[in-house]
Design a protein around this ligand. Sequence first.
Ligand SMILES: [Zn+2]
Length: 105
Amino acid sequence: MSTNQSRYTLEKYPPKGSKIAPCPVCGSQSELWRYSESKDSPSNPVVMCTHTDKIGPQDSLLTGGCFMSNPTDDFYKATIREAIEYWNSYAKALVNLRNSNEATK
Ligand SMILES: [Zn+2]
């Protein structure tokens, strides 16, 4: 039995009424996961994109598809609420940025 194996588990029941924005990069559905460094360590919630297939010329075996399916450390939070708020804030800001850039073309 390994105790130092990191693991991801899908949070099947996000808090009632919570809305998680779709991936701001590819538009795929997003999911709430929990990550723990080992079996006995505390877990950190993180929202991730579900798109793990390749995009264009990309080798998805190396990259895991959409890069938001493997977001940076700052997306890992202490609480579910913080993880969802961070994801939603990032998604909103990214979509707004793209829209404003496209509007100025
Ligand atoms: Zn995505």
